[in-house]
Design a protein around this ligand. Structure first.
Ligand code: EGU
Length: 459
């Protein structure tokens, strides 16, 4: 869609300031709520036909994870309760081993959970909330090929990972930009209900960790689960027939075959091509006092921390906090937003990428269980000092870059603790040897092995 985004230079104090929000996705609609609440005249631009329809759209997952940061952002516009009532709490992960064994690992203490949220419903709710926010001055523009010209005081680019607004930024000098596609793609399947009930435990995020391959499943309100299979494109290309699909699942996810259904599996595997995942970084996020980027347009990330939407929503919240601090003066707010937000968004994008590499390289179900249990154990014995990384990310609003700093610090503490324990036992062992060895029978080293064997073996 062709559109001109001109900005209005005449500072008329009598008229309401106009904010053009580009993109009617989750972050765009939340921004509409935020700006409408402040009394701006908001215009939302969305080129998709009917975003309120729950359609499967290529490159968009059906459900999302809502955690603390996203909740705080929704709370600010009074939407937390509405959204939460339609989400499904997930108190723990359920790890599926290859042999079908399921082991739960809680996300946090009792009462700490994340939510599985339906994207289409969330978007619908946000749109309705934006419309009803008391301004009476909201316009929703669905540009259908027409060239429209609007005057706006601020343009907010919330148009996703392939942002058209960001594309304009690329022409400036000193604008940094990078994008990285990972070798993995993803496909979605549905696990239907059994006798009208969830086919697996509903209040869990189900995970099948298999190193290179990984599958997760999130519960939906209609008692289905959405399964997402992550796999290198290279491997997707090898699975060319229905029989090969079953063969592949037999080998890696045998317990999922009856849940999804062999026929549905064969059908859905080829319904859409595997979807790509891209990580995007850029800076600055603003252009003068006229334009600013938020959400995926500013920092698309791989989904391996379940934080994409939460980080995008936190962008809106942080921007709003800065608007309060600096009296809505865009010429001060925009640079401050860039200064504050870029390091945090880059930190979470890096963490998501780090987790992708980690999962791919050495995480199977045993390792996953071991690591999460060790993390939880250390947290229980030293709750203030050792906080699992995902806890800081998921259940606090600690700035993402601070989270990374604390993580590096506690890693050092844990390693030094281990080193200390090792040193103590070596010192202790040496002392005992020196102290008691002289009184022991004199055994030549050569005989030690056979004596040891003799101790073990009854013969
Ligand atoms: C991946 C794809 C488990 C939705 C990271 C955990 C995810 C989600 C994890 C997707 C994993 C991975 C965390 C949460 C969440 C875990 C987390 C991953 C939601 C470190 C729609 N991840 N995800 N970590 O801890 O912090 O359970 O597609 F498999 S929620 Cl990859 Cl907390």
């Amino acid at each position: 869609t062709t559109m001109d985004y001109s900005t209005n230079d005449s500072k008329s104090t009598s008229k309401k300031k106009v904010v053009a929000v580009v993109g009617g996705g989750l972050v765009g609609n939340l921004n509409a709520c935020y700006f409408a609440k402040r009394g701006f005249q908001v215009e939302v631009f969305e080129s998709r036909e009917d975003i309120r329809q729950a359609k499967i759209v290529k490159g968009r997952s059906i459900n999302l994870v809502l955690s603390h940061r996203g909740r705080q952002a929704l709370k600010h516009v009074g939407m937390e309760d509405t959204i939460i009532s339609k989400g499904i709490p997930m108190h723990s992960r359920m790890i599926h081993a290859l042999n079908g064994t399921q082991s739960p690992i809680p996300y946090g203490k009792k009462g700490q959970y994340i939510l599985s949220i339906d994207r289409a419903n969330l978007n619908k709710e946000l749109l309705s909330a934006a419309e009803t926010t008391e301004t009476g001055a909201m316009t929703f523009v669905r540009a259908e090929g027409a060239k429209e010209e609007i005057q706006a005081d601020l343009i907010v680019g919330c148009d996703g990972a392939f942002s058209a607004i960001r594309k304009q930024f690329l022409r400036q000098s000193r604008f940094n930009y990078s994008q990285t596609y990972i070798p993995h793609g993803y496909l979605e399947f549905t696990i239907p209900p059994i006798n009208g009930e969830f086919a697996m435990k509903p209040n869990n995020l189900h995970i099948w960790p298999r190193n290179t391959f990984m599958m997760i499943a999130l519960p939906n309100l209609d008692k289905t689960f959405t399964c997402t299979l992550f796999m290198p494109f290279e491997e997707f290309e090898k699975v060319t027939t229905g029989d090969k699909v079953i063969e592949f699942f037999q080998k890696y996810f045998p317990d999922a075959i009856p849940l999804i259904g062999a026929e549905a599996l064969k059908r859905d595997f080829f319904r859409l091509p595997a979807q790509a995942m891209v990580s995007v970084k850029c800076s600055p996020y603003h252009f003068g006092d006229k334009c600013v980027l938020m959400g995926d347009a500013a920092h698309a990330m791989v989904p391996f921390y379940g934080q994409g939407m939460n980080a995008g929503f936190e962008d809106c919240l942080v921007f709003n906090e800065i608007m309060d601090q600096l009296n809505e003066d865009f010429s001060a707010v925009l640079p401050e937003y860039t200064r504050v937000r870029v390091p945090d968004d880059q930190a979470i994008a890096d963490l998501a990428m780090y987790n992708y590499v980690e999962m791919r390289e050495h995480v199977n179900s045993k390792w996953f269980l071991f690591r999460k249990n060790v993390d939880n154990f250390l947290h229980i014995i030293m709750p203030r000092t050792i906080i699992p990384l995902y806890t800081m990310v998921t259940f606090t609003r600690t700035r993402y870059h601070k989270v990374v700093k604390h993580w590096h610090w506690q890693d050092k503490v844990i390693n030094q603790g281990l080193l200390f324990c090792a040193a103590v036992s070596v010192a202790g062992g040496s002392y005992l040897l020196v102290r008691y060895l002289p009184s022991m029978p004199n055994i030549p080293i050569e005989q030690l092995w056979s004596r040891l064997q003799a101790l073990k073996s009854p013969f």
